[in-house]
Design a protein around this ligand. Sequence first.
Ligand SMILES: *[C@@H]1O[C@H](CO)[C@@H](O)[C@H](O)[C@H]1NC(C)=O
Ligand SMILES: *[C@@H]1O[C@H](CO)[C@@H](O)[C@H](O)[C@H]1NC(C)=O
Ligand SMILES: *[C@@H]1O[C@H](CO)[C@@H](O)[C@H](O)[C@H]1NC(C)=O
Length: 429
Amino acid sequence: MSPAGHRRHRGFSLSPPPAAAVIAVLVLSLQLAAGARVLNHGEADPRRRDIATGTGGGACAMAVVPFGYACEEHEVTTQDGYILALQRIPRGRGVAGAGGRGCGALQPVLLQHGVLVDGMTWLLGSPEESLPYILADRGFDVWIANNRGTRWSRRHVSLDPSTRSYWNWSWDDIVVNDMPAIVDYVCSHTGQKPHYVGHSMGTLVALAAFSEGRMVDRLKSAALLSPVAYLSHITTPIGIVLAKAFAGELISDLFGIAEFNPASPQVSNLVRSFCRKPGVNCYDFLTSFTGKNYCLNNSAADIFLKYEPQPTSTKTLVHLAQTVRDGVLTKYDYVRPDVNVAKYGQADPPAYNMSAIPAWFPLFLSYGGRDSLSDPADVALLLDDLRGHDGDRLTVQYLPQFAHADFVIGVCAKDYVYNDVISFFRRFH
Ligand SMILES: *[C@@H]1O[C@H](CO)[C@@H](O)[C@H](O)[C@H]1NC(C)=O
Ligand SMILES: *[C@@H]1O[C@H](CO)[C@@H](O)[C@H](O)[C@H]1NC(C)=O
Ligand SMILES: *[C@@H]1O[C@H](CO)[C@@H](O)[C@H](O)[C@H]1NC(C)=O
């Protein structure tokens, strides 16, 4: 199927509320909803105080060490100067040893989170339920990435996050700069090619990279949870309205090249007024945005809502909205043909061609029937693009009862997904 075939064929049926209010509701309702609920919980969770107050060291000190795991903070500088935090859980709980490289070294795995969250999103459940700990306890050396602009990755060799220039990037730049820098770092630090696990936008950047032949020679395989390459069947009203808002002109007038910080007073005030409108439910944000999740522990969901969301660039959200609108995955569309020509040498932004992903590269895809962001109809388009993939190098798992957040914070994800991911990785050591 040619990407051009379904470009711009899909209209929006909802009439949008004012763009800014919609943007605000996307994320801020998370915090409003969470604020009310999290306070009710006790102190049983050793991480709770630090997570709630934001004190303490990095993610290691905050989330991992309290559970008795070794954890190291690392940093990687991208070619364009962003300084990114990486957390490493080098071995399982109670396992002595130096980790390190060479003979007997453990197999590294790199975890890449989605948009509007950070690496902490993998660490919100108990060690028995959360992927990084499960991997470490099963003999993997676990590395957790944090996108530029999120809590632990807000530094740059010369730019300050308070400037517009710092936020002048979309997810194309994560594909070209961040992913290679992180993968190279893990490779050279461990002396081995890692396996990759992505969720949501963490799958999008990987698929885009693989389609251009990037990283396939430096990873052993990739597990893509809630894979996103097409977004034209996105079903939640909030997602559709949001996408329309971001793709519109209002958004650039209001925000331009800037940080999109869901916690800013600007966004917060807008959301308060928006949430008072009839028919707007700001109290079940997670469901209204991700689809009805199958096995979220209320406690994990609360921690999630309290800790996340994290900032990203407005340009990244605009870029995602273009994908919803256009029904095809391209590089960022500057809209003005002369600017696209200057940037890409052509009037339309170049498409990422999913059929160009090397057929021999081992891919594990897991998707859910109730996922309203990674809709099954959009995953079907991706699978159609991958129909020429080597049969023994492509494993596809369909979980009819799963929605978007189940793959990361679902208490049953271990049984339904992670065990299969680990078996898949072991085939390609
Ligand atoms: C953003 O980057 C482009 C080049 O990609 C440049 O032309 C533009 O001036 C930059 N804008 C800001 C505000 O830094
Ligand atoms: C939910 O999480 C809490 C805190 O991590 C834990 O005590 C509880 O056992 C979990 N419940 C389930 C059903 O996993
Ligand atoms: C996408 O890649 C495949 C495989 O390399 C190729 O056959 C096809 O022509 C490409 N499609 C486009 C639109 O470039």
